[in-house]
Ligand binder design. Structure first.
Ligand SMILES: *Cc1c(COP(=O)(O)O)cnc(C)c1O
Length: 402
């Protein structure tokens, strides 16, 4: 389980080998996240941090003001209701109906969580039994592997391979066993930028129905799709009763520090997730919940404007990375670009990323640590473009001079 996760698995400066062996066997492979490691390195060297995906400007002013108003008015300063404040549950349900035609009961089919991170943890802890198998795309978002391990389950990777990073549904079929309990999806996909097509989603849904599998789908980049459109798998025939959909305000509204996320799904599934969630954080972010309720009701122009702004930034960074000599895999969604460093005669993404800040004052993240198959992502490096244009230009200049 640990091979292919060099930073998490192997003792490093920031992740020393414990003298008496791992304190927790399930989590022995998960020391410091790669984001913490590379962000610390960026800070130490004064580098531009294109490693961790957080915007360097805050989201809409009126939404920040809404949070201030809620704080001042005493809305949410004490424990909010376990499932989330009614205003936000209504807003989440209205948003799902407005963009996707999905109807959920705000009372029983919406659950507010501490970001998508807690939604993922609570869903996996709630729905998995020890030794269940979970099929997830790799490269995967790092918390997936840790949460599957915390649940005592086993992850089975479906590898998305360069250059196009499409899931191979024939391969998916061969990975399904009698122990398979759940498919963990992520579309738009971090870090590759793959957006699942209607055909791919139908194929996956058909397998889920045929084998009676649960689906947990992480859709935090639902509003950052540049090619095609976002389609929630929950809307497909036979999927409503087996799908837990996860999203969050962090990426869409550029307030990643507020940690307001949510789960939608059929009432029994949401009840199961709530049972786990109430013993993780119980509740969080009271006043922010009111502000995000307002954010979700922003007019279409906000969502389109945000996407088009990010598209310009993607194009700027993609062009710059190409000029600097990287092989660029153009993302269909998210705010990340995956590149390949082979044109530099280099193959080891992790070593490349550890050296990059010293070399030219830019930090990035190696995709290799998000794969179990050490060869599949060996030479891939991820950059984020959710930064101001002048910052992206400066980073490109530095990379071109390297
Ligand atoms: C950022 C991110 C998350 C975490 O979202 P939070 O709301 O900040 O907890 C989950 N999944 C993916 C794919 C992400 O990129």
């Amino acid at each position: 389980m640990t091979q292919g996760r060099p930073t998490q698995g192997r003792p490093t400066e920031t992740n020393p080998a414990p003298a008496r062996g791992p304190l927790n066997r399930r989590l022995a492979a998960f020391g410091t996240t790669i984001f913490a490691e590379m962000s610390a390195l960026a800070q130490r060297t004064g580098s531009i941090n294109l490693g961790q995906g957080f915007p360097d400007t805050d989201g809409p002013e009126e939404i920040r003001e809404a949070a201030v108003r809620a704080l001042r008015a005493g809305h949410g300063n004490q424990y909010p209701p376990g499932p989330g404040v009614p205003e936000l549950r209504d807003a989440v349900a209205a948003h799902q109906e407005r963009f996707y035609g999905l109807t959920w009961s705000p009372e029983t089919e919406v659950l507010v969580t501490t970001g998508a991170t807690e939604a993922i943890a609570a869903s996996l802890l709630a729905l998995l039994e020890p030794d269940d198998e979970v099929i997830a795309f790799e490269p995967y978002y790092d918390s997936y592997a840790a949460c599957i391990a915390m649940a005592g389950a086993k992850r089975v990777p479906l590898t998305l391979r360069a250059p196009d990073f499409r899931p191979d549904l024939d391969e998916l079929r061969t990975l399904i066993t009698p122990r398979t309990r759940l498919l963990l999806l992520n579309t738009p996909h971090n870090p590759t930028g793959t957006v699942l097509t209607p055909d791919e989603l139908s194929g996956i849904a058909a397998l889920a129905v045929e084998h009676d599998l649960l689906v947990v789908t992480d859709e935090v980049y639902e509003h950052l799709v540049f090619t095609g459109a976002h389609h929630p798998i929950a809307a497909l025939p036979g999927m409503r009763e087996r799908t837990v959909s996860i999203s969050s305000s962090g990426k869409t509204f550029s307030y990643t520090g507020w940690k307001i996320g949510w789960v939608t799904g059929d009432a029994p599934l949401v009840a199961a997730v709530r049972a786990a969630k109430q013993y993780l954080t119980f509740v969080s972010g009271g006043p922010f919940q009111y502000a995000i309720a307002e954010a979700l009701a922003l007019p279409d122009a906000f969502f389109t404007g945000f996407r088009e702004d990010m598209r310009r930034k993607r194009d700027l960074l993609a062009e710059g990375l190409r000029t600097a000599g990287f092989r660029v895999y153009e993302p269909e969604g998210t705010y990340f670009i995956t590149t390949d460093i082979s044109p530099f005669g280099d193959e080891d993404a992790y070593a490349f990323c550890r050296a990059l800040p010293e070399r030219c004052g830019v930090a990035a993240v190696p995709n290799s640590v998000f794969y179990d198959d050490p060869e599949a992502g060996r030479s891939q490096v991820r950059f984020t473009f959710c930064k101001r244009e002048e910052v992206l230009r400066k980073a490109v200049e530095r990379l071109c001079d390297m």
